[in-house]
Each structure stands twice: as structure tokens, then as C-alpha cells.
Design a protein around this ligand. Structure first.
Ligand code: ASP
Ligand code: MG
Length: 417
């Protein structure tokens, strides 16, 4: 007997028919004798609709009331799934964040979970009752509903798995696992049996949209074995995957991964913009003068390249931001022209960051140079490069995204046979 957390996303609970399908998955695990806590998202499109209504009510609105509105989507699904389960003869009860309670900080709209009291849930699980929990929400120190930021029910699920010391957190979604790259970009992408927490964190932060980044961080910190699998499978006829696991991808500690490939996956994120400040004085304090004001305005700066100045007096500083932030970033830099004293500011948009990820890189040399050679052969220009222990990222023109992803996928032998 195991203790499982099962999480179902918006497309998996999009209508009553699909909720019935979800209920059959839950019933299967409960009947196998497992203790089951389920975390649900709002039905597909619901949260967007609720967010839209708050904006329509008033473009500027109180974040606590925003949370009151948008948390409602998950409450509905939790109730509906409980009704369907009860109707199938499975003892089930819905739970909202405040009832557990899931305590968060006060950052309404983007709250972080601070503590989950698992006592009540454990009692119910021990009574063989399925707990159906509304994801995405908790209760703040002000005693009001707080939501965790878009995509937050992944984080709810992992946090509950950690609090309950569950054996596994199953994330049921509309894909059947984590792939070596986006299969829409490269049909020869392969599903991974296992991926380490660290690699998954890079994949998620660098553009793979399977899990909320924060949920992966949390899984890593608490060592929650997280299994990504499809909710659209026939619940009574689950496909066999690797070893004795069903089809899907296990995100786990790297100790559990016997064969560590040098490269595990290729991620990409489009809509990057590059900003260059030409001829800034090359002296202490210049980076702080540029990036301080951007950080103060919550603009996330990514790849930073500073060229060596010829005579030690002037340098060029180039960096990337998400394209929607570019105009704001430029305005801020212009307002700080006195402190930075650049001579020219230039921007390029329509760029893509392609990243190559693998824990095996730690112990192998020359991994990145293979990519440089392969891209140059295809005539793809690299505008900026950043590296870390287990990944490197290349900035290219967005027009070449597909070609670059496919070239790298093939050069690192990731194609399916
Ligand atoms: N329903 C919320 C959203 O769409 C949370 C989630 O689905 O993870 O962002
Ligand atoms: Mg999601």
C-alpha cells in the first residue's frame, strides 16, 4: 500500500465526461488499496475567464478580491469530482485550501506556500476516504484566500505530497510524459523514462511548459518523486512503461538514474529581446547602475554579455529580456542615462533561446563545441552564449528555431530510432 497524490490539470477536467474519466483513475488507485489525495485545477479556460471578469470589473483591482474570484474555479472542480466519485461508490470529500489549512504568505495573486498541516488529511486517508483538494489556493496570514500564480496547482500537488510524505506525486496531464524536446517541433522526440530534478528544473525554466517551475523546485527540495503521465489513457487499461512503472516520466533524484546521458533534452523559449548599451564607461558600479533599476522594476534579465574594452575605458553591455518587457526596460534605461552614460542603445527582438541540458555535462568536455559546429554548418548565427554546470543556452534568430532544435536534437543522438 502506498500513499499517492494524484493531480489533474485543466484539460483533464474540462467537462463532466472527462471528470468521470479522472474519477475512474482515482477509483483504480483507491481500489488497489492506496491512500489517495487528489489535487485538481479549474476546468480548462475557467481561470482565464475569471481573470477576464476581474479586469472587466476594474482594470486596477484589489489583489485579495482577485484571489476571491479566481480561486473559485478549483472549488467547482473539487466538488464535481467528489460528487462523481461518491456516485461511483468511492468515499470522497472535497477540501479547499483554508479547510486543510494550506498556509501561504501575503503575496496575493502570487503567494508562496509556507506550511501545510497534514493532520486532518491523514485522518481522512486513514479512514480510506479520498481527499479531493482544490489546487492553486491557500489561506494568507490575513485570513483570506490567496492564489499561487498561474499554473499553481502543480505546486499545490507537490507541496501536499511533501506534507503527507507521499510515496509519489502523479501529475496527470494532456501529454504522456517529458520528452527530449517539444514533439511539435521535432516528431522524433523521445519520451524520457526518468529525468533528474535538476534537469527538469532547467527544462521547465527554459521553456518546457509541462510543470510550473516552482513545483519542480519544491519537488527537488523535498525529494518528492514526481511522475508525469497522461490522463487520457484508459483508466482500466494503463499502458506499461519502463520497468514496473506505467508509461510516463519519473522526475527523481539523480541517484535513481543509472544511465546518465550527457545530453538529456533541448528546450527553447521564443520571444526574447536583446538590448545593447554601446560604449558605457568600463568602471566599477556600471553593472549595478544598469541592472539595479531593472531589478527594482521586476524585469528579469537573462543572458548578459560584456565585451572587453580595448583600452579599458569603454565597453559594450548586451543582455536579453522577455520581449514583452523590452519597451519598459528601454524606458528605464533611458531614465537612468545620467548614471549609466551609455552612448547608444539598440534593441533586437524576435529572438529565441535554445538550451541544451544534461547532468552528464558536468563530467564531459566539448559538449557545447559540438553544438557550435552543427549550427554553423546550417548557417545559423549565434548571438550570445551562456553556460552553467548542466546546461548551455544559445541566442539565435527566431526564424531558425525549428532548424536549430532539430539539428541539436539529432547531433546529440536524441532522435527516436
Ligand atoms: N487554474 C489555475 C491556472 O490556470 C491553476 C492551474 O491550473 O494550475 O493557472
Ligand atoms: Mg498546468
Amino acid at each position: 500500500m502506498a500513499r499517492l497524490v494524484m493531480k489533474f490539470g485543466g484539460t483533464s477536467v474540462a467537462d463532466i465526461e472527462r471528470i468521470r474519466n479522472v474519477a475512474r483513475h482515482v477509483k483504480r488507485e483507491a481500489e488497489a488499496g492506496h491512500e489517495v489525495a487528489v489535487v485538481v485545477s479549474a476546468m480548462a479556460g475557467k481561470t482565464d475567464e475569471l481573470v477576464g471578469w476581474t479586469r472587466e470589473a476594474s482594470p486596477l483591482h484589489d489583489a485579495r478580491e482577485y484571489d476571491t474570484v479566481v480561486a473559485a474555479g478549483e472549488q467547482i472542480t473539487a466538488g464535481l469530482l467528489s460528487i462523481v466519485l461518491q456516485n461511483m461508490g468511492v468515499d470522497a470529500r472535497s477540501w479547499q485550501g483554508w479547510q486543510i489549512p494550506i498556509r501561504t504568505n501575503n503575496a496575493h495573486g502570487a503567494a508562496r506556500i509556507e506550511d501545510i498541516d497534514g493532520t486532518l488529511l491523514r485522518e481522512r486517508l486513514a479512514m480510506e476516504q479520498v481527499a479531493v483538494i482544490a489546487g492553486f489556493q491557500g489561506i494568507g496570514p490575513d485570513n483570506r484566500i490567496a492564489t499561487l500564480g498561474r499554473g499553481g496547482s502543480d505546486t499545490s500537488a507537490v507541496a501536499i505530497a511533501a506534507a503527507l510524505e507521499a510515496d509519489r506525486c502523479d501529475i496527470y496531464t494532456d501529454v504522456d510524459g517529458v520528452y527530449t524536446t517539444d514533439p511539435r517541433m521535432e516528431p522524433r522526440a523521445r519520451r524520457l523514462d526518468k529525468i533528474s530534478f535538476e534537469e527538469m528544473l532547467e527544462m521547465a525554466s527554459l521553456g518546457a511548459k509541462i510543470l510550473q517551475v516552482r513545483s519542480v523546485e519544491l519537488a527537488m527540495v523535498h525529494g518528492v518523486r514526481t511522475f508525469v503521465r497522461s490522463s487520457f489513457e484508459d483508466p482500466d487499461n494503463v499502458q506499461a512503461g519502463h520497468g514496473n512503472q506505467p508509461a510516463g516520466t519519473l522526475i527523481c533524484d539523480e541517484e535513481e538514474i543509472v544511465e546518465k546521458p550527457v545530453v538529456t533534452g533541448i528546450a527553447y523559449s521564443k520571444d526574447e529581446a536583446q538590448i545593447s548599451l554601446r560604449r558605457v564607461p568600463d568602471k566599477p558600479g556600471i553593472s549595478a547602475a544598469i541592472f539595479g533599476p531593472l531589478a527594482d522594476n521586476h524585469i528579469n534579465v537573462d543572458m548578459i554579455v560584456q565585451s572587453v574594452s580595448e583600452d579599458g575605458s569603454k565597453t559594450d553591455m548586451t543582455f536579453t529580456v522577455a520581449e514583452p518587457d523590452a519597451a519598459k526596460a528601454i524606458k528605464i534605461l533611458e531614465n537612468n542615462q545620467d548614471a549609466i552614460s551609455y552612448q547608444l542603445i539598440q534593441t533586437d527582438s524576435g529572438l529565441t533561446k535554445v538550451s541544451v541540458i544534461g547532468i552528464g555535462m558536468r563530467s564531459h568536455a566539448g559538449v557545447a563545441s559540438t553544438a557550435f559546429a552543427a549550427l554553423s554548418e546550417k548557417g545559423i548565427n549565434i548571438r550570445a552564449i551562456t553556460t552553467s554546470e548542466i546546461k548551455f543556452s544559445l541566442l539565435i534568430d527566431a526564424d531558425y528555431t525549428e532548424l536549430a532544435v532539430r539539428t541539436l536534437h539529432s547531433v546529440y543522438n536524441l532522435n527516436r530510432e
